[in-house]
Design a protein around this ligand. Sequence first.
Ligand code: SF4
Length: 377
Amino acid sequence: MTGLYLHIPFCLRKCPYCDFFSLAGHSDRISEYVKCLVAHMELFRSSQQDPEPFATVFFGGGTPSLLEPAEVEEILRCADHLWGLTEGVEISLEANPGTLNLAKLEGYWAAGVNRLSLGVQSFHPHFIETLGRLHTLADVENSLSWARQAGYRNIGIDLIFGLPGQTREDWRRDLERALAFGPEHLSLYGLTVEEGTDFACLQSQGKLILPGEEACADMYQDAHVFLRAHGYCHYEISNYARPGFQCRHNLIYWRRQPCLGFGAGAHSFLARSWGERWASPPDLGQYVHSLEQGVDPASQLEIFSRQKAMAETFYLGLRTSVGVCEADFVRLYGAKVREVFPGALERLADNLVFEEGCWRMTYESWLLYDFLIREFL
Ligand code: SF4
């Protein structure tokens, strides 16, 4: 499986917690940017030795729903022409509720988009406001209803927990409101305050008080219990899906399969030797300038050694409920997991299980994932 990622770095306003590469106030440059994306794909493909059709395409951002349907169609036509798209390709688009209407959603659908990921974040108006989002609750409700009307049968809702002043009861109501729309997928992220954001500034001035770690852990557990009881599989640390609706594009990352990324700030993972990671600069001007000169803006970030590849395969796999299949690991690297990480496995004995031929992290330990995987870094 090979994936295609397209980064659309435009937003109407910068959210105070966001540290993604996204730019507010540059929407007038979108059509120029789409031309650059197409040029970038053509340039890369002209020197690629081993093209494979894409099984997944993901428009991420930023706010990809600022694109016009005709622009999405142009990009997809280009990808299909240069590489091909497999039968049943999953094509996802991240959308913000305030930027949608029925005609736009129908246009994306006609262009080939068959999976929507909606940045709802909360069903409580005051939390939506705290997060600096531009949409209203009515935008959320309309977007979800228009999406079904337009034909989408694979809709994801993104929510954030651990918000300032949020209680477990508030969070529970968010989950209930989300389920009332019958989404196929839910992504639940704990709010983290990233350096350089407005939230970091407010926090340093004592003006942003977040629930404590224990309260956040409770919310995480509440979601796990509640969503599983409603038929959702907790298939990755932050992701839940109805059976058969896991995000195939994100599974490509966690399985360490190849993915080509285009756009300013986009990363690629190439399956050459033990793996290579490339990235384009997170700088709109530089990205556009390179392509105007006919130069590929991407540069190599990392070439993996066998040891690093084994470590990454293992700790990325532990993010998922399926875990790391021992037989696959041996087939890839000619060594057993126990032989490669004897010390780490011993130290993580309470956090890992070996069942059905796979290594898995317990879901309680997922709360400590970032800390625990230091064993492999
Ligand atoms: S809409 Fe998303 S990408 Fe844009 S600023 Fe807000 S959080 Fe960041």
